[in-house]
Design a protein around this ligand. Structure first.
Ligand SMILES: Cc1cc2nc3c(=O)[nH]c(=O)nc-3n(C[C@H](O)[C@H](O)[C@H](O)COP(=O)(O)OP(=O)(O)OC[C@H]3O[C@@H](n4cnc5c(N)ncnc54)[C@H](O)[C@@H]3O)c2cc1C
Length: 403
């Protein structure tokens, strides 16, 4: 049994803890923040490949309760362009679901707790010393821990990544901001809402890409991706300025977005988006990275959480039943099974973000072009994107395979 030090208690860290426990090891998760991140963050989607990986970890019952099913359609300035299939259906009927990041987080955290996996808060890893027989990690407060390996699940600005390779490149900026909010059921005027329960409407507006959806409980969830401009920093705006800025961006679109923004009590502070195309090394000795620390995809991929869970399954499987001396070879196997797929998804996500950026400059042209582009995409999506969504990792065999 390996003592596994998991750095970071987000989606990748919790999934890795669960996978390593399933593989017969003893994970201990160290999280930099002092408290759990319940209630923090906006929305994310777990696609069918992410659910497939959760099922492999034995989380089917817990995952079945996550988020509502959302079918999507695209619009432009009030026009309905095309319905969109988000990755199809697993054989058991599971489809992609949109949920708050907090909902996924707390499901994984509670499941980790049920399996006896400990999470220690307020422990920001600063250094790792490797010896022949193990690793010795140091936290910001001077405390230490010993183990057999370090799993860096410490996100986009990973410390473990730079300990593996000090020359690892920084994340790549995507010139889109992310913000959003929730309007409780019954707040908007009856009859105003133009999206049915369980549907999400993605809109290429005149000045901003945004999406709103109706939860089956009647509340309206939304996010927006305004273009990042060097002339302003909306992350510093107070609540009123944030509302005024977003209202201006959607004004004149023939949608209900202006009313949704007006009715939102707390708009998420806009944050920049990045991705991580490729880093030279995912592992060195007894150190390895998973999730965003290894390969962050743009939020437009809808794959960040799903890829993190896939990583966890592959890592757990690679280390199953192994003794400490086999760790480097197992980490090599993990990387070789994950790298091409993860980096391909990152590039695909970047391409998905492009119309959101481009469209804001070429609105009139895009209005003519988007229907054709997206009708084509919807028609081809099943076959073209199968490589993203129809990916199953077999826990008990030596090789993973896209089915
Ligand atoms: C609070 C929060 C809210 C988010 N909200 C959204 C959202 O609304 N929509 C969306 O698409 N994505 C969101 N994300 C990102 C999304 O969760 C990830 O892109 C994806 O799930 C992959 O997760 P990850 O675990 O690799 O990275 P992350 O989710 O970023 O988790 C990394 C964890 O590592 C911890 N950490 C970092 N450095 C250290 C260190 N040195 N020592 C110990 N711990 C460390 C961080 O505090 C964090 O908990 C959010 C992330 C966080 C942390």
């Amino acid at each position: 049994m390996l003592n596994c030090i998991v750095v970071g208690g987000g989606i990748a860290g919790l999934s890795s803890g669960i996978a390593l426990h399933k593989a017969g090891h003893r994970p201990l998760i160290f999280e930099a923040y002092g408290v759990p991140s319940d209630g923090i963050g906006g929305f994310l989607t777990v696609a069918v490949n992410g659910f497939d990986a959760l099922h492999t970890l034995g989380l089917k019952a817990a995952a079945d309760h996550l988020g509502p099913l959302m079918s999507m359609y695209l619009g432009s300035n009030g026009k309905h362009l095309v319905d969109f299939d988000y990755g199809g259906t697993l054989p058991d009927g599971t489809t992609a679901r949109t949920m708050t990041r907090s909902e996924l987080y707390s499901t994984l955290r509670d499941e980790a707790g049920r399996r006896g996996i400990r999470i220690v808060y307020d422990k920001r890893l600063t250094a790792v010393n490797e010896a022949r027989d193990g690793v010795h990690v140091v936290f910001h407060d001077g405390t230490t821990a010993d183990g057999d390996l370090v799993v860096g699940a410490d996100g986009l600005h990973s410390r473990v990544r730079t300990l593996i390779d000090p020359s690892a490149p920084p994340p790549r900026n995507i010139p889109l901001l992310n913000t959003g909010g929730i309007v409780p059921a019954g707040v908007l005027r009856p009859g105003l809402v133009d999206v049915e329960a369980g549907r999400m409407k993605m809109v290429f507006g005149k000045r901003c890409f945004y999406c709103y959806m109706q939860d089956p409980d009647g509340s309206i969830w939304w996010f927006a991706n305004p273009l990042q401009r060097s002339s302003e920093d909306p992350s510093t705006f107070d609540a009123d300025a944030r509302k005024a800025w977003l209202t201006k961006l959607v004004a004149g679109d023939r949608t209900i977005m202006e009313a949704i923004i007006a009715a939102t009590e707390e708009i998420i502070r806009p944050y920049t988006t990045s991705d991580f195309p490729s880093i030279p090394r995912w592992h060195r000795g007894r150190l390895v990275v998973v999730g965003d620390a290894a390969h962050a995809a743009s939020p437009s991929s809808g794959q960040g959480a799903s890829m993190a869970i896939e990583d966890a399954v592959t890592l757990g499987r690679a280390l199953q039943g192994l003794a400490p001396e086999s760790i480097p070879a197992a980490l090599e196997r993990y990387e070789s099974e994950r790298r091409i797929r993860a980096e391909s998804v990152v590039e695909w996500g970047r391409r998905n973000a492009e119309p959101k950026v481009r469209g804001q400059f070429k609105r009139v042209f895009e209005d003519l072009l988007l229907p054709m582009v997206f009708r084509g995409m919807a028609g081809k999506s099943k076959d073209n994107f199968d490589w993203v969504y129809r990916h199953h990792i077999e826990w008990d065999t030596a090789n993973s395979a896209a089915k």
